[in-house]
Design a protein around this ligand. Sequence first.
Ligand SMILES: Nc1ncnc2c1ncn2[C@@H]1O[C@H](COP(=O)(O)OP(=O)(O)O)[C@@H](O)[C@H]1O
Ligand SMILES: [Mg+2]
Length: 233
Amino acid sequence: MIRYEHVGLRYGIGPEVLEDINFQLDPGSFHFLSGPSGAGKTSLLSLMYLGRMPTRGLIQMFGQNIGELGRDQLAAMRQRVGVVFQDFRLLNHMSAFDNVALPLRIQGRPEKEIQNNVAELLDWVGLGDQKYALPNTMSGGQQQRVAIARAVITRPRLLLADEPTGNLDDEIGFRLMALFDQLNKMGTTVVIATHNQAIIDKFGHKRMILEKGRLHIEEPTKHGLRKRLEGVY
Ligand SMILES: Nc1ncnc2c1ncn2[C@@H]1O[C@H](COP(=O)(O)OP(=O)(O)O)[C@@H](O)[C@H]1O
Ligand SMILES: [Mg+2]
């Protein structure tokens, strides 16, 4: 699904913020991306959603070397990736409904299907009565749920989320994690940047840990696994 070999990233003439990143994500896997603030989590996600190109190294996605793709091919590949940005990036002149519907409209899906699917998902994330609200009239937590709904509405092959539970209380945070889990069970590969230790423990997935621009991967903690087996989740 994704393969990184000796990938580095620098901004302008600054130092490398990602140094010699090597990893592979299998299709259908679920990883938490953690590490202290400034470690490079958002930068790594921006490479993964093809928002930036690395300054060195090899990146393969969906079996293709991204350095060999043209603009149109990269754009097509981006459509298979759902992203929840840390700052949401909702379109403020469009209702919550239209923000979530946008990726389906870009794909040219029938309007009837769009109406049903978007309404159902907004109900599910607890925004059924806010469908026609404009994002800047909604709370941070509500905007975040719109951003999450927009990222998952197309059932992307790869879902990336940057601190997606940051503005949410634990209950709604766990509920949205369950949504990501459900999507993962249907085959979506998921990477979620999070600081939230309660969520990391409860869901017990593998961890990609960034420290000072270097990455290593850790198996789930026994604690997290045990909780899972006990059926807490
Ligand atoms: N657009 C940018 N231009 C220059 N430096 C940046 C930019 N974005 C991030 N950085 C720097 O890259 C490093 C990693 O940042 P970031 O990826 O945002 O980390 P995290 O998401 O883990 O907090 C930091 O030192 C940050 O200052
Ligand atoms: Mg960040």
